[in-house]
Every structure is written in structure tokens, then in C-alpha cells.
Write a protein that binds this ligand. Structure first.
Ligand code: GRF
Length: 204
């Protein structure tokens, strides 16, 4: 397909969401393709997934840079080599600085394992269990300067079951993550997401 959105995926670890995106992009009719996978961690299993799919990988270790600004600049330079137009954060465990976020405003999305705005940050599954919520889930959203905030593109909900622990809940939510992330990317790539104030409106 011509005119596919050129996507970079940023990861830090296992890369199961990356895999869902790679699988979606394997369909030649999918409106986006992954042109590079960048990790801040050379040992991330997701790098292997990308290599297996024939996607170029690059490692920019935050340990090689004195601060967030210089690390982010190096990430940006690395992405520039692949003509990346759009970014997907998929388990990328670094907070990006305001300048980077501004540069990629409305062109960078993230997946988070909670129904935002509830439970931003880490340890979401245990916190949901501790609060006794009855429904949990996941969210794909545009990235803004504050972590885990930004216009929401897609969400999926799962019920909490009586015997759930953080692991079983996380596993059930992850199945939904793998469903909504490619769907959200498709919506963006097809130009079906517009901004109204700070809300994302979906042309379904
Ligand atoms: C996912 O739960 C995602 O929502 C969160 O980090 C986890 C990454 O998992 N941001 P994976 O690396 O995609 O398997």
C-alpha cells in the first residue's frame, strides 16, 4: 500500500505490544508500517521481535547521556535517520522531556494498562485491586508532558474477577492491549482522529 505512515516504536522490554503492532503491519493493506524500533535497553526482548520481523533496530541507552534532554536529543536524531513520521511508545520506561513531547505533539501515542485518567503511573494492576474497582482496562492516548495524560484514542475494559491477583489481571488486560493498540494506530494512520480542544474525536 502506498502512503503508509512511517512509524517508529519505542520500547524498553518484552515488547508484546510491539509484536501486536508488527503483526498488524504485516498486512500489506495496513495503513502504517514500522520503520524502526528503538530501545533504551540493549537487552530488551522486543529488539529480537523486531529483528525477526525484518525491522531495523537501534539502541540509545539513557546511561550514555548525562541528562534527559541530551538522551531525548539522541533519540530524536536516531529516529531522524529512518524518516519517522509517527511514534508509538510500547512499554518505553523513560519519561520524555517537554521539548521532545512538543516536537511530536499529536504524532506520538502510548499504551497504558489502566482506564485513564484512573491509575496513571506504575503498579496499576495492584492499585486497581487495592481500590476494589470492579472494572479495569487499558488506554491508548496521545502523549502530553505529564506522564500518562493526554487525549484518549481507544480504551478497553475488563471486569475484575474475585480471584484476581495483579498477575492474572495484567494478563487479561494485556490481551485487550494487543487488540486496541493496532486499532488505535490504524485510526491515526487513516486520519480518522482529530483534535477538539484537548479531546481526540474519532471518525468511526
Ligand atoms: C504494557 O502493559 C503497557 O501497557 C505498558 O507497559 C507494558 C509493556 O509490555 N506501558 P510489553 O513490553 O508491550 O509486553
Amino acid at each position: 500500500m502506498d502512503g503508509q505512515l512511517r512509524v517508529g516504536v519505542l520500547i524498553s522490554g518484552r515488547g508484546s505490544n510491539l509484536q501486536a503492532l508488527l503483526d498488524a503491519c504485516a498486512d500489506p493493506d495496513f495503513p502504517a508500517r514500522i520503520v524502526c524500533v528503538l530501545s533504551n535497553n540493549a537487552d530488551a526482548f522486543g529488539l529480537q521481535r523486531a529483528a525477526d520481523a525484518g525491522v531495523p533496530t537501534t539502541v540509545v541507552s539513557h546511561k550514555d547521556y548525562p541528562n534527559r534532554k541530551t538522551f531525548d536529543a539522541a533519540v530524536n536524531d536516531a529516529l531522524g535517520k529512518f524518516d519517522v513520521e509517527f511514534l508509538c511508545l510500547a512499554g518505553f520506561m523513560r519519561i520524555l522531556d517537554g521539548q521532545f513531547v512538543a516536537r511530536w505533539r499529536d504524532r506520538m501515542i502510548n499504551i497504558h494498562p489502566s482506564l485513564l485518567p484512573s491509575f496513571p503511573g506504575l503498579d496499576t494492576h495492584q492499585r486497581a485491586l487495592d481500590m476494589g474497582v470492579k472494572v479495569a482496562g487499558c488506554t491508548v492516548h496521545f502523549v502530553r508532558a505529564d506522564a500518562d495524560t493526554g487525549p484518549i484514542i481507544a480504551q478497553a475494559a475488563v471486569p475484575l474477577l474475585p480471584d484476581d491477583d495483579a498477575e492474572t489481571l495484567a494478563a487479561r488486560i494485556l490481551v485487550e492491549e494487543h487488540d486496541i493498540y493496532p486499532r488505535a494506530l490504524r485510526l491515526c494512520a487513516e486520519g480518522r482522529v482529530s483534535m477538539k480542544g484537548d479531546r481526540a474525536i474519532i471518525d468511526a
